[in-house]
Design a protein around this ligand. Structure first.
Ligand code: BGP
Length: 479
């Protein structure tokens, strides 16, 4: 029987404060780690500066100025029929340095307005509490979550906002793409760890694996405590984890490739979900830490992790890649985390391999592994959209990409997967997290702004806007 999307399926889109709000130092906001990152140039990773340099352009400082355009923007999301809008609260808007006792009222008031605006259109907010937005002060003075005091600061922030918005928000995600912390890549973004060279410059390739896993454990504690405290504030709150699902296939049927995929999948994808959904460290991770002589107090904190498990599992899904033990074939695929190119797949303009079928595979895997409701909270196509001579943005390639992914979501539901929602990433054009570019656009809504920060900030509905509107109106029947 074809079940299709349930009548209360959560259709919507996703953003993050640091990539769209702008107003980086307005109304008492402190600088966050993202405010210290500038565009590395076209298709290259962002550069991290300890000091904000006056002669350089930092994309997140003004971004698309959602801070002053939220009414207009949310009205357009409402027009598309959004049921849910995923956004993050900028921690440093509420606690500018991160360790204050009293929150910044102007910051709290801003999100009150945003949530009230959502309510006007019947849109439920899905709030990420930490989307790469640690107050810079905590990174600089405490080295982020490597210091356990930062757990308390985070929980204080989380309880402050959960208390304030307890009647306006029901869905919460604790940490965006927490599993990036299983790789050196996650040092700054997730953990707020700043490794510097002798000149005091942050070097993004530097790593201390022991410190990284100990800090990640602290992030697990912060997440569990937030869930426990949140349920006291409002027992009907629903909490989710958020994992960047890095889908991997063996490049060949060589059993060694199969084993390598299993190891990497466990380490990169399964570990964090297991802790946050099942409430315990998986055996493979306990053994890994033991082998590396990394001491993590998972036994002492076992009860806390169990008590603070989440209600649903959310993840980002953009692409897949291949894994092999054959070093000669190990060349970068351009995907978020490398890997080997899959000869069966097409790539985006940014080199990310497009793999809708892989989403069905992942949904089934996650359903089997966890059994809790699933939500895809990021998926989409980054492309260099342009306004044509008739004044339109005809993004048929995006519609094609999304169609294919929605089709497999339906197939997965018919496989028996409990999928409850879908928030397309970057529903309004925003700054790229990876490269700081504006040129890499994901939205249904175009924003007139370029890589140098020029442009009128005018909003324009793309062709995909009208297409998604009817997808939602038909509850996924016409895609
Ligand atoms: C994820 C982040 C998002 C987002 C997305 C797309 O890792 O959670 O913040 O930006 O990737 O990546 P990019 O912006 O680099 O294209």
């Amino acid at each position: 029987m074809n079940m299709g999307f349930s009548k209360d399926f959560l259709w919507g889109g996703a953003t993050a404060a640091n990539q769209c709000e702008g107003a980086w130092n307005i109304d008492g906001k402190g600088d966050s780690i993202c405010d210290h990152m500038r565009g590395g140039g076209v298709n290259t990773p962002r550069v991290f500066d300890m000091e904000i340099l006056p002669d350089k352009y930092y994309p997140s400082h003004d971004a698309i100025d959602f801070y002053h355009h939220y009414k207009e923007d949310i009205a357009m999301l409402g027009e598309m029929g959004f049921k849910v809008f995923r956004l993050s609260i900028a921690w440093s808007r509420i606690f500018p340095k991160g360790n204050e006792e009293k929150p910044n009222e102007a910051g709290l008031a801003f999100y009150d307005n945003v949530f009230d605006e959502c309510r006007k259109y019947g849109i439920k907010p899905l709030v990420t509490l930490s989307h790469f937005e640690m107050p810079f002060y905590l990174a600089k003075e405490y080295n982020g979550f490597s210091d356990k005091r930062v757990v308390d600061y985070f929980v204080h922030y989380a309880t402050t906002v959960m208390e304030r918005y307890k009647d306006k928000v029901s869905y919460w995600l604790t940490f965006n793409e927490i599993n990036f912390a299983t790789l050196p890549f996650g040092n700054q973004n997730v953990l707020g760890i700043l490794h510097t060279d002798e000149k005091g410059n942050v070097v993004r390739s530097l790593d201390d694996e022991k410190m990284r896993y100990q800090a990640l454990h602290n992030v697990f504690l912060a997440s569990a405590k937030t869930v426990i405290e949140g349920r006291k504030i409002n027992p009907s709150f629903q909490f989710g984890c958020m994992i960047a699902h890095v889908t991997m296939y063996p490049l060949t049927p060589n059993p060694e490739d199969i084993l390598l995929v299993q190891q990497k999948d466990n380490h990169i994808n399964n570990f964090c979900g297991d802790v946050q959904v099942k409430g315990e460290y998986p055996d493979f991770m306990i053994q890994y830490l033991k082998n590396k002589d990394i001491d993590v107090p998972y036994k002492e904190d076992a009860q806390l992790l169990k008590d603070g498990t989440v209600d649903f599992y959310t993840f980002s899904y953009y692409s897949s890649n291949c894994v092999t033990v054959d070093k000669a074939k190990e060349k970068t695929s351009g995907n978020v985390l490398g890997g080997v190119k899959n000869p069966y797949l097409q790539v985006s303009d940014w080199g990310w391999q497009i793999d809708p079928k892989g989403l069905r595979y992942v949904l089934n895997k996650l359903n089997d592994r966890y059994g809790v409701p699933l939500m895809i909270v990021e998926n989409g196509l980054g492309a260099a959209d342009q306004i044509d001579e008739t004044g339109q943005v005809l993004d048929d390639y995006r519609i094609e990409y999304l169609k294919e992914h929605i089709k497999v979501m339906e197939e997965a539901i018919n496989d028996g997967v409990k999928l409850i929602g879908y928030t397309m990433w970057g529903c309004i054009d925003l700054i790229s997290a990876g490269t700081g570019e504006m040129k890499k656009r994901y939205g249904f809504i175009y924003v007139d702004r370029d890589n140098e920060g020029k442009g009128s900030l005018m909003r324009k509905k793309k062709k995909s806007f009208y297409w998604y509107k009817q997808v939602i109106a038909s509850n996924g029947e016409n895609y």
